[in-house]
Design a protein around this ligand. Structure first.
Ligand code: PLP
Length: 392
């Protein structure tokens, strides 16, 4: 069958591919440890599951308004005021099937053929592919370890052209774990406020910070708020990846466009899942603190363990649940030209799965998730160490 040019230009998500390979090996009885998880390893809190059950029993099992249940949009308005110090009206909130689909719809609603979108690298794999899927042109702005992989005003300015329509920011960041401080956001905002560039900020890891708390760029001033589309959701904050609920906050005309797109594509998010999101945001913000604290302890352990690996260096992550070590020297010391080949053999020979940096626009690195218990994580790092010692 002849597939479209658009679909042929897409690279499938490497993270999901590796996770699937690890899952398959596990199903075949191989003792695989996966350090590729992009989701919390906790179950959704019981009170959320109970609320969904009650909602479904009460008959909330239907289509909903395409922009989301009015009750959920109201709850998100309250959440934004409570947690982010931002005032939005319900018609500035759109609910979609997870932040990933929300992002796709945002790109579809705002980008025309050839519009350039600045994506700082290392980047989450889906930004560039989604931009391409709607005909936009991702422009990679490579950041460096010296700034903890954060975009600087200088790098931003160097990538702005007359075709630039949008910038995608992600804080806390997947894959680097970096978190932009208020001052760093302000420095970018000073450049952006002079332009009409749309700022899409993906805040899906909002609650997982281990130093400075997360600040939303939209909270800096009204001009920047008007330029910004915030994307967030319950996947990582409330261990709800499988429920598929995310949202966008932005200008009413954007939200109306997202709603129109949804009305002709997926109709709405599953109604029971939207009740789950209401329950999640109605829980006291402290309820996410216990998970944050567990991840912080894991971060400390994971960072210390990774730093013990020969030939490996790593910036200490400040958020999310990933390490992003430089592994090129290590791969070379083991006789590999690329980190990709090194990663493949670690999976084949030591049964530890993690994602090479090539999928994030930075092939000298690799992403290691610590969303698993410490003992298993430590076992995985021991296996990687053994591999390096055997090969180098
Ligand atoms: N944004 C980033 C940076 C992510 O890492 C992920 C998931 O891995 C998503 C968005 C997608 O989140 P959701 O489950 O809400 O679609």
């Amino acid at each position: 069958m002849e597939l479209s040019k658009k679909v042929k230009s897409i690279t499938p998500s490497q993270t999901i591919e590796i996770t699937n390979t690890a899952r398959q090996l596990k199903a075949e009885g191989v003792d695989v440890i996966s350090l590729s998880a992009g989701e919390p390893d906790f179950n959704t809190p019981d009170e959320i599951i109970d609320a969904v059950y009650e909602a479904a029993k009460a008959g909330h099992t239907k289509y909903t308004a395409s922009a989301g249940l009015p009750e959920l949009r109201e709850t998100i308005v309250k959440k934004m005021a409570r947690d982010n110090n931002l005032t939005y009206a319900p018609n500035e909130i759109y609910v979609g099937n997870g932040a990933k689909q929300v992002l796709y719809n945002v790109f579809l609603a705002t980008l025309d053929e050839g519009d350039e979108v600045i994506v700082p690298a290392p980047y989450w794999v889906s930004y560039t592919e989604q931009v391409k899927m709607v005909g936009g042109e991702p422009v990679t702005a490579v950041t460096t370890e010296d700034t903890h992989f954060k975009l600087t005003p200088e790098i931003l300015k160097a990538h702005i052209t007359e075709k630039t329509k949008m910038l995608v920011l992600n804080t806390p960041n997947n894959p680097t774990g970096s978190v932009y401080s208020k001052d760093e956001l302000q420095a970018l905002a000073d450049v952006l406020a002079e332009t009409d560039i749309i700022i899409v900020v993906d805040e899906i890891y909002e609650v997982l910070t281990y130093g400075e708390p997360q600040v939303s760029i939209a909270s800096l001033n009204d001009k920047i708020k008007a330029q910004t589309i915030i994307v967030n959701g319950v996947s990582k904050s409330h261990a709800m990846t499988g429920w598929r609920v995310g949202y966008a906050c932005g200008a009413p005309e954007l939200i109306a466009a997202l709603s129109a797109l949804t009305s002709q594509s997926t109709t709405s998010v599953a109604e029971p899942a939207q009740y789950g999101a209401i329950a999640a945001y109605e829980m006291a913000p402290e309820s996410t603190e216990k998970y944050r604290a567990i991840f912080e302890a894991r971060r400390d352990n994971a960072y210390a363990k990774i730093m013990e690996l020969p030939h490996v260096t790593c910036v200490k992550p400040e958020g999310a649940f990933y390490l992003f070590p430089h592994m090129k020297n290590c791969a070379e010391a083991c006789g590999y030209d690329t980190v990709d080949e090194f990663v493949k053999d670690v999976l084949r020979e030591k049964h530890v799965a993690f994602v090479p940096g090539s999928g994030f626009g930075t092939p000298e690195y690799a992403r290691i998730s610590y969303s698993l218990d410490e003992a298993t994580f430590n076992d995985a790092v021991s296996r990687i160490k053994e591999f390096i010692e055997e090969k180098s």
